[in-house]
Design a protein around this ligand. Structure first.
Ligand SMILES: Cc1cc2nc3c(=O)[nH]c(=O)nc-3n(C[C@H](O)[C@H](O)[C@H](O)COP(=O)(O)O)c2cc1C
Length: 309
């Protein structure tokens, strides 16, 4: 049973995922959600999108994994996670006790691996899978699935064939044409899109004269990327029919509103969780205040309002 919050004014249905508020958490910035329970009430979040999960446990990248940048951060965690079996046995039972949909972010290095993982996670308690396609495709020289429309579509088809859950595909912004990517995964059957993942960047320590991150390059996130994310949501929303979860640098309700106006039906709080671990709960109140201030009855009324008519 999904308890309704805010008189249902913020409720959204993202490809069958019933969310009390359109605010979810960006994968990798919110652990498995349970770690944040000392700070917020997880049941007040629209959905808990958990950290990137792989078939086997991964220890992640060596060396420094994160560094602050102007208006953001770079990370190269390398998908450290305890693996799908551990998640199913030790984490999911605790998440299931809560009245909050669970979205599991999945990663792999071949399309088959994504398919196997989707099959394993096709269990009660998992409400949707989100495909992280920003991973290197080992069959194609390590070029990320998310930068090639055909490879991305192949992953989506492999996941769709192996799950009964709604499938969200998370787009990488590291492409020339984001609309082409969105159309390709929509055609392959994705039920929803989320965007954006991080932008590739790097930082050099000038005293050591070497890259700061152990992995040399990393993913840029935070407010610095927000205008790019808003632009991509705006472009994609004009061309696809599936719902969009917008993310990238959202720090407060005003930032979130930009994404709704650009065509997103839900949003995710990412890097901001490191600054204010309560934000994924408190931001809903700010969205409601905006609706009140402008005389809108519910969140549906503002989705896509800034799009060309
Ligand atoms: C430390 C860190 C870890 C992340 N891990 C993942 C991940 O495992 N899977 C994924 O799809 N995205 C991952 N991301 C990307 C975020 O979910 C999000 O798409 C991106 O950071 C943009 O949103 P933001 O600027 O609000 O953080 C990670 C981001 C950060 C900062």
């Amino acid at each position: 049973m999904v308890r309704v919050l805010y008189d249902g004014r913020l409720a959204v249905d993202i490809a069958g995922i019933k969310m009390k508020t359109p605010v979810t958490t960006a994968s990798g910035t919110f652990g498995f959600g349970l770690e944040f329970q000392d700070f917020l009430d997880l049941e007040q979040v629209g959905a808990a999108t958990v950290k990137g999960t792989t078939l086997e446990p991964r220890s992640g990248n060596k060396g420094q994994r994160a560094v602050e940048t102007p208006s953001g951060m770079l990370n190269s965690v390398g998908l450290e996670n305890p693996g799908a079996d551990y998640f199913l046995k030790c984490t999911l039972p605790d998440l299931q006790k809560l009245d909050v949909p669970v979205i599991v972010n999945i990663a792999g290095s071949t399309a088959e691996e994504y398919g196997l993982l989707a099959k394993k996670l096709d269990v009660e308690g998992v409400d949707a899978v989100e495909i992280n396609i920003s991973c290197p495709n080992v069959r194609h020289g390590g070029i990320a699935f998310g930068t090639c429309p055909l490879s991305a579509a192949e992953v989506v088809r492999a996941v769709k064939a192996n799950t009964s859950k709604p499938v969200i595909t998370k787009l990488s912004p590291n492409v020339t044409d984001i609309v082409e990517m969105a159309l390709s995964v929509e055609e392959a059957g994705t039920d929803a899109l989320s965007l954006i993942n991080t932008l590739v960047g790097m930082k050099i320590d000038i005293e050591r004269r070497s890259p700061v991150l152990g992995n040399v390059i990393g993913g840029l996130s935070g407010p610095a990327v927000r205008p790019i994310a808003v632009r991509m949501v705006y472009q994609v929303a004009q061309r696809v029919k599936v719902p969009i979860i917008g993310m990238g640098g959202i720090m407060n309700a005003d930032d979130a509103i930009e994404f709704f106006l650009a065509g997103a039906s839900a949003i995710a709080v990412g890097t901001a969780n490191f600054v204010d671990p309560r934000l994924a709960e408190t931001i809903s109140g700010g969205i409601l205040k905006y609706l009140d201030r402008h005389g809108y009855r519910n969140i549906q009324e503002i989705i896509g309002l800034a799009l060309p008519r």
